[in-house]
Design a protein around this ligand. Structure first.
Ligand SMILES: Cc1cc2nc3c(=O)[nH]c(=O)nc-3n(C[C@H](O)[C@H](O)[C@H](O)COP(=O)(O)OP(=O)(O)OC[C@H]3O[C@@H](n4cnc5c(N)ncnc54)[C@H](O)[C@@H]3O)c2cc1C
Length: 391
């Protein structure tokens, strides 16, 4: 299927390009480029969100009735691709892209009125409390317990790998409200304030030296029953609905093409028969194939069809290629790929070696995570085996 843009869509692309030219500052671009974590630098993302919010564009994928852009899927794709190309930060998805669709569908009027505007303006910063030690891929086995006590729940347990919990003032959590039924049937979806007494956030430092993820502990945390989203014990449906939005939607191929352009420049003086150059050529072709798949998928979505298992295939390909490119970049910069050079950069200190070497090792190390979060590679393979191969 071909993705051909209409006159209106091309005019919209010009509008996006001119906003990027006018409003995207060198500081925001640098903040984004220098960060090597999965979600990127949150200061740069917040500064970019403030600009978009002023323009009415922070709710990229939101319907108009909730203060969003009401854009079509093609407009969203154009917007995301242009932002990637220009070096704009990704908006932090935890509230805007993950929780928001849940509140649109399952939230009460009060919840919609209270939370949605504060998500757009970034007054609230959300984190996701799904995974627990021992409950990642097998998420439904989660044990964090919520027991009703009058008009409150009392929550006890722990969540792990909680991205940006150190910045968040709110967490959306899956909790067990009934331990005596089939595991999927006893889960509820709760919104919890991070300054509630009994919550402790412990940092987990990644191999690259970054603080992006955390473990969050709940010790007799009291949460108003009004903070329940959807019916009690039906949180599994809410959780699955949210995951559909976690696992799709962005213009990944464009970002990989930007990285490939950088790699191609680095290697331009090497002879064609050099082993690194040959592997880079193969990767160039694979990225071009992913880009074609992404536009095919976009055309499918724009015509009202479901991406189906295609989104699992794309997720797997994108994470593998991202890791492959990170490896090539590290080999290409060899002696400049100094571990933790990025820390020096973030702390405003002098770095060692050329500019491209500053973040390469950290990017390489952090890229390992992309085949785990948002559904591990093997789990995606299981989905493909079931729905495409009928196994
Ligand atoms: C950087 C990062 C950020 C994250 N942020 C968040 C967050 O903000 N909030 C949150 O809730 N979670 C977050 N996660 C957690 C993430 O969702 C889990 O790591 C993921 O679901 C895998 O779970 P696990 O780590 O428990 O691994 P496990 O599920 O224990 O998997 C271990 C290995 O076994 C394989 N495996 C598991 N089940 C099967 C199966 N049925 N068949 C074949 N192989 C299988 C997996 O593919 C993997 O290789 C984050 C993770 C990372 C790495």
């Amino acid at each position: 299927m071909e993705l051909a843009f209409t006159e209106e869509e091309l005019a919209f692309r010009e509008e996006v390009r001119s906003l990027l030219k006018e409003a995207l500052t060198p500081e925001i671009i640098a903040g984004n480029k220098n960060s090597t974590t999965s979600l990127g630098d949150n200061n740069a993302a917040m500064a970019w969100q403030a600009i978009l919010h002023k323009r009415g564009w922070a709710g990229v994928a939101w319907p108009k009735e909730f203060g969003g852009t009401g854009w079509t899927s093609n407009q969203r794709y154009i917007f995301n691709s242009e932002c990637e190309r220009a070096g704009a930060p990704k908006l932090i998805p935890l509230g805007l892209r993950m929780l928001a669709p849940v509140i649109f569908r399952y939230g009460t009027k009060e919840q919609q009125n209270h939370y949605l505007p504060k998500m757009l303006s970034a007054e609230h910063y959300w984190c996701q409390g799904y995974s627990e030690p021992g409950s990642g891929s097998d998420l439904a086995s989660l044990k964090t317990r919520a027991i009703k006590d009058g008009d409150e729940y009392i929550v006890n347990g722990t969540k792990i790998w909680t991205t940006h919990a150190q910045y968040a003032d709110h967490i959306f959590c899956l909790v067990r409200t009934n331990p005596d039924v089939k595991k999927q049937a006893g889960i509820s979806f709760l919104l919890i304030k991070m300054d509630s007494p009994g919550i402790i956030v412990e940092p987990i430092i990644t191999l690259a030296g970054d603080h992006e993820v955390n473990q969050v502990f709940f010790d007799n945390v009291r949460v108003p029953v009004n903070n329940l989203v959807g019916p009690e014990n039906e949180g599994w449906n809410v959780a699955k609905y949210l995951l559909e939005f976690e696992r799709g939607g962005s213009a990944v191929a464009t970002r990989l093409q930007v990285d490939m352009a950088e790699l191609n420049i680095m290697l331009r003086d090497l002879p064609e028969e050099h082993e690194l150059k040959k592997r880079t050529a193969i990767t160039n072709i694979e990225v071009a194939a992913l880009s074609q798949m992404e536009t095919d998928m976009q055309a499918k979505v724009a015509s009202g069809k479901n991406p189906g298992a295609g989104s699992s295939l794309m997720k797997m390909m994108a994470s593998s290629l991202g890791q492959q490119i990170a490896t090539l970049l590290m080999e290409a910069r060899a002696n400049y790929s100094i571990p933790h050079n990025n820390r020096l950069l973030l702390e405003g200190k002098e770095t060692i070696g050329k500019e491209q070497g500053q973040t390469i090792t950290a990017n390489y190390l952090n890229a390992r995570a992309s085949s785990i979060f948002g559904g591990a590679r093997e789990v995606q393979k299981n989905i493909i085996a079931k729905s495409v191969l009928g196994l």
